[in-house]
Design a protein around this ligand. Structure first.
Ligand SMILES: Cc1cc2nc3c(=O)[nH]c(=O)nc-3n(C[C@H](O)[C@H](O)[C@H](O)COP(=O)(O)O)c2cc1C
Length: 353
């Protein structure tokens, strides 16, 4: 089977920085203006996608700024012209018919470039401080399952009637739908058994946290092997990139980043006390110490330009189609990736064809 071309995306800087809040060349900036500039530049550099994560307030420190996902994604849909915009959604924060309506509007504004990333939450205070009960891990996935089913059916263009444990929908429909394609793409993140089952049943793309290739291979086999209706599920990987001329220089830079991260340790420890202990993703992070969020450097995209390109090629061979990347300092390292690593990935692919 011919492999689809690799796609590259960047994490929007919703927290203001990827990695350390104490990088001297990359002080946290979660503003709309910064994110707009960043994503327009990513688009101009040829990145295919951007992921706008969702948190109502900054999980590491609620005194710090946090970009709002859905309003920012709408504005991005206006100012960009080619890049895919993926907005994360935690089902408890929006009723599915309201969110489906918003998604249909962004799909129209973006002319068919919109996607959602369904994530079932781990950060308790975001809910509890708002008086929204933080349900048990498996109950959150059961809620998310009903939620995404309603979302999908509304995009089928039908009048939806639904009676579940959590939602009762009576004769609801949204317009417009299907103007550019059947519906916005559905990504899903989360590593637990429930997350894998939900992704196989309802998502187009499963997002995997950065981790070593053997673990990624195992996870892909587990999800690809599940029963499923429709076309095969596709896979995306989150990763933090540290690329330099030589492996030694990249390792040196990673040591520097880890040394900066010591200053973030108190914030991270406080955050850890507010997470759901049943969230499987944090068990993965504990096994693979790394720099950056969502697995970060544990994916191993650290090394010379050739090393990083070869590792991306290896992940592509395992079935990863989209690489959602983090850098620090973000803008400068993103440019370096576009100039040095991406052409090498393309050359490797041509040589293998
Ligand atoms: C690529 C990716 C992006 C994610 N983005 C978010 C996000 O924006 N907000 C959030 O609360 N959780 C986010 N998550 C975390 C998932 O929601 C997380 O895996 C889940 O809450 C814990 O469930 P688990 O036990 O299934 O791992 C993301 C996960 C992945 C893999």
């Amino acid at each position: 089977m011919t492999q689809p071309p690799s796609r590259f995306g960047i994490w929007a800087q919703v927290y203001g920085a990827s990695g350390s809040f104490f990088h001297p060349q990359d002080p946290p900036d979660a503003s709309w203006e910064r994110n707009k500039r960043l994503i327009l530049e990513a688009e101009a550099l040829g990145f295919e996608s951007t992921l706008v994560a969702q948190h109502v307030f900054n999980p590491r420190d609620d005194e710090r700024d946090q970009l709002e996902t859905w309003t920012a994604s709408t504005a991005l849909a206006v100012v960009t012209s080619r890049i895919e915009i993926i907005a994360a959604i935690k089902p408890y924060l929006f009723h599915p018919v309201v969110l489906a309506k918003m998604a249909s509007q962004i799909e129209e504004i973006s002319q068919g470039r919109f996607a959602i990333n369904l994530v079932n939450a781990w950060f308790k205070p975001e809910f509890e401080r708002a008086g929204i009960a933080f349900a048990d891990h498996d109950d959150r996935y059961a809620y998310g399952r009903e939620w995404i089913e309603i979302f999908r059916r509304l995009f089928g263009g039908h009048r939806v009637n639904f009676s579940g444990q959590h939602f009762k929908i009576d004769d609801y429909q949204i317009r417009p739908v299907g103007r550019y394609r059947e519906r916005p793409a559905i990504y899903a993140g989360g590593e637990s058994e429930q997350a894998q089952a939900l992704a196989a049943d309802t998502a187009d793309v499963w997002f995997i946290n950065g981790q070593p290739p053997d673990d990624v291979r195992r996870l892909i086999a587990a999800v690809a092997g599940r029963p499923r209706r429709g076309p095969p599920i596709r896979f995306a990987l989150s990763a933090f990139v540290v690329a330099r001329e030589t492996n030694a220089e990249a390792e040196e830079e990673l040591r520097y980043l880890f040394s900066l991260a010591q200053q973030d340790a108190p914030l991270r420890q406080a955050m850890a006390g507010r997470t759901d202990p049943k969230a499987v993703m944090f068990k993965t992070f504990a096994r693979n110490p790394a720099f950056g969020s969502n697995g970060g450097t544990a994916a191993g995209l650290v090394g010379s330009y050739d090393t990083v390109a070869a590792r991306i090629g290896h992940f592509a061979d395992l079935g990863i189609e989209t690489f959602m990347l983090q850098f620090q300092p973000f803008e400068a390292e993103m440019r370096r990736f576009a100039q040095e690593v991406r052409p090498r990935v393309d050359r490797l692919k041509q040589a293998a064809a």
